[in-house]
Design a protein around this ligand. Sequence first.
Ligand code: BG6
Length: 317
Amino acid sequence: MTDPGVLKQLQDRYEIPGGLRFEAGPKGLIRAVVATPQAGAQVYLHGAHVTHYQPRGERPVLFMSAHSWFEPGKPIRGGVPIVFPWFGPRASDPSAPAHGFARLAEWHMESATQAADGSVTLVLGLDAAKATNPAWPHAYELRYRVGVGGTLGLFLEVRNTSDGAITFEEALHTYLAVSDVRRVSIAGLAGADYLDKTDGMRRKTQGPDPIRITGETDRVYLNTQTTCVVDDPAGGRRLVVNKQGSDVTVVWDPWVAKAQAMPDFGDDEWPQMLCIETCNAADHAVTLPPGHRHEMRATIRSEPRYGGDPRCRAHVS
Ligand code: BG6
């Protein structure tokens, strides 16, 4: 249950009339509801998880599973989970949570501002006093800036507040909503080397053509800094993921068997999603000396594409 006092405090301190309010979402988890002239969005304090981003007059850009958990201690399935401080399982400790602890923690609000064009920026924070794990026992501070306007801007800052150097992995694990993953193509990763997680982490090289998804796909593209463009002709749009401060891109779709194996995901949901993840992981984990900071940014936008199926361009408020 949501503490009404906590909700009131958030509302009193950060509400922007017509632009930002706080409410209890599923299972009482508190979420920020953002409405700007350009787009609507929702951000949970649980995991600082952006679950919704929808430019005005368009369909949602982010996929959310109808089967997601919304529970303390469990990750939300869809939107943009924040992966930190390790990616995937923790090799040194199989009991540690997959993709780290940041997506399981309750973040706090630091600020909310509105620009002259009506776009809204939220800043959320997390630190070692609130979330830690014996598998990564370091002092740190995270600051996450979410900008909701004509684009969705996501900026994850890591500060090393410990006495020694820290090494971490991180990802903005973006679930994009697509009309049918079998009918999209992904440009931006031609010629890149990747680790194929569906083939024993074998190292392979991407060919020159845009990527097509034809089966379970789980690839860690190394040394990739370019923008990825997901072309969705049937959906009548292109989804563009631009990034900075990130050297790895993960492309993931679970396909049939993996979808069936995930308890918080519908068996038939896999065609509707495609993860293009802005990461630093594997060979590109980040090492920060004490007192230093690192920022990783992803900017996501949708562009209309002419010649698509007009039924897929239906307007939703
Ligand atoms: C991807 C990983 O980033 O996340 C996949 O590459 C993993 O291997 C997927 O299955 C989902 O992970 P989780 O922990 O959210 O089920």
